[in-house]
Write a new protein. Structure first.
Length: 574
């Protein structure tokens, strides 16, 4: 009897073990690419709208046709081994080593199945690998003269060695701009020699006057947030890829969506899209100008219809996978104390030269960790100091000011240079509520007027600032601003493109909004946000410039004050 029970127990255990083993046999691999591929040193850069690719007669993409409007829905997406995500060629593609034969990739062909935006006529070419000299093969719409497209493929060497200074990045300009043909829209074309400048048009040595079909050497720049602009020899801006706005075919500049009379019911902003981007330490970038069919112009139909046409645009290509910044932060200092000239010091070392009232230092770079910052007076005496912890990627502004009782203090504001913001709707972890603005018109407001315990900033007639309807209410970032205290929750008023508003100051109180208009403070106009008006080769000036800004109230409202209260503008991107 005992033996029988033992047998039953053993059989039950065997059943349990069998069931467990069956569960362990089941596995699911959720990686997009389940067959990792060794990369060669050759990369394809597709700027001509191709969606399909074959090498050595082998189709690497899915060759699935788009819908009748030229787009791809879920039914038109089918992954392949080489393009597992959607089965289509994107902007860049590194040729896998498995496709090479004796270091060669033969019969490489680009093509497009779209009738709306077709790539240039396909022709086969070969690529030969030199492991010591990485190279890109740029496939572009290239027309050197009005005779038509010729060689649409360019082999361009690519640098993969980071800058000598670990806290810097490397940037170059590649000019593959086309000449307009007899069917092109003349107002759209910026062609000929090209130059890269900062946002205010300041030239960058080494990136000027690059002829069509040529490229510059890489130049090293401190890592940071830049709005690089590309100008032709006439000083006219070349638009960047990625703008959602309609382009005026006469001026080549963008039109807004205010519905005022004009072409297609829109009016010209006199602005040209150029993204604001953080270029990471160790990053290597190519700014390339090439022809594209993504430019939208109005058809003249009153309902705002547009059509795509060809023009030269620029793109920013990362020549190595963009590194993650784990080591550096950036700091600038501002003197917001009336009647004082100060100097900033970090860990006993000067940060810039002596600062008169309302002036700011350029940015300095520091490693992460805790640093001691001091504001020094004319004689080198310590006026105020603070312990400052730095995290990777921080962009901080130090403000020296006086409290209500006249004692000196330092206020620290963190600047959001990523362009990312929370849109107000989210899933459980908030991941789908994050949006990115590559062309921000963002303003933070601060109060350093010791006579005002709090200030509210408004548009004309005390009204809220105009913003995008799709954004959360950001006007709270301009209301009840306490002395020396930066807003930390939704800290920016996010204006719409080319905002025309003026900025007024009101003495507000808890529960009172906006408060009493401070008539002695001259309002700012939106055009105060244009750094160099002479940069614009347009019939009119824009109403404002994109950027990440702080507007600070400084000075005194006292009748006998030497430095009267006024608003100053600090721009945080170059």
């Amino acid at each position: 009897m005992m033996k029988m029970k033992t047998t039953h127990i053993l059989m039950a255990a065997a059943v349990l073990l069998t069931a467990c083993s069956k569960k362990l046999d089941y596995s699911y691999d959720n990686r997009v690419n389940q067959q990792p591929l060794t990369a060669s040193t050759m990369r394809l850069v597709n700027l001509a709208g191709a969606t399909e690719l074959q090498i050595n007669g082998q189709k690497l993409t899915s060759f699935t046709a788009p819908d009748f409007e030229g787009g791809y829905g879920p039914d038109q997406t089918r992954g392949t081994r080489w393009f597992p995500e959607n089965g289509r060629l994107g902007t860049t593609y590194t040729i896998p080593a498995a496709l090479l034969k004796n270091g060669r990739a033969d019969s490489i062909m680009f093509s497009s199945l779209s009738q709306k935006v077709g790539a240039p006529p396909a022709r086969p070419f070969s690529a030969v690998e030199d492991v010591n000299k990485p190279a890109d093969y740029y496939f572009v719409r290239f027309r050197p003269n009005q005779a038509g497209f010729i060689d649409s493929l360019f082999r361009i060497p690519r640098d993969i060695s980071p800058a000598v200074d670990a806290g810097s990045c490397k940037v170059r300009l590649l000019n593959l701009s086309s000449t307009p043909d007899g069917h092109s829209v003349p107002g759209l074309y910026r062609n000929g020699p090209m130059s890269v400048t900062l946002a205010d048009g300041t030239a960058i040595p080494g990136l000027s006057n690059v002829a069509p079909g040529a490229y510059s050497a890489y130049v090293e720049l401190p890592y940071g947030t830049y709005q690089f602009k590309v100008l032709n020899s006439e000083g006219k801006e070349v638009p960047a890829s990625g703008s959602y706005n309609t382009t005026n075919p006469v001026t080549g500049t963008l039109m807004d969506l205010q519905g005022t009379p004009g072409i297609g019911g829109n009016k010209d902003t006199w602005l040209t899209f150029a993204p604001i981007k953080t270029y990471q330490p160790g990053g290597i970038y190519t700014i390339v100008v090439a022809g594209s069919m993504e430019t939208k112009i109005p058809t003249g139909n009153p309902n705002g219809e547009t059509t795509n046409t060809e023009s030269n645009i620029f793109r920013i290509i990362a020549d190595v996978p963009e590194p993650v910044n784990i080591s550096y932060a950036r700091i600038q200092g501002v003197n917001a104390a009336a009647g004082k000239t100060i100097s900033w010091q970090v860990d006993g070392q000067p940060m810039g030269a002596a600062l008169p009232y309302t002036k700011q230092t350029t940015y300095s770079r520091y490693t992460t960790g805790t640093h001691i910052v001091k504001a020094l007076g004319d004689g080198g005496q310590v006026l105020a100091e603070s312990s400052l912890p730095l995290q990777p990627g921080d962009n901080l502004t130090l403000w020296y000011y006086h409290r209500k009782d006249g004692t000196p203090a330092i206020s620290v504001s963190a600047n959001n240079m990523s362009g990312k913001y929370f849109g107000g709707t989210a899933t459980e972890d908030g991941s789908y509520g994050i949006f990115k603005d590559a062309w921000p018109f963002w303003i933070r407001f601060m109060n350093f007027c010791p006579d005002m315990e709090e200030v509210t900033f408004t548009a004309d007639n005390g009204l809220p600032f105009p913003g995008l309807n799709t954004l959360p209410n950001t006007n709270s970032a301009a209301q009840h601003i306490a002395l020396g205290a930066p807003m930390t929750d939704n800290p920016y008023v996010m204006m719409y493109v080319n905002f025309p508003s003026r900025i007024f100051s009101y003495a507000s109180h808890p529960g009172v909004l906006p408060g009493d208009w401070i008539r002695s403070i001259t309002p700012l106009t939106s055009r105060n946000f244009i750094a160099r008006p002479e940069l614009y080769k347009t019939p009119e000036l824009p109403q404002s410039e994109p950027g990440v800004y702080t507007v600070a109230l400084v000075g005194s409202t006292a009748a006998n004050a030497t430095e009267k209260a006024r608003m100053i503008i600090v721009k945080h991107n170059n």
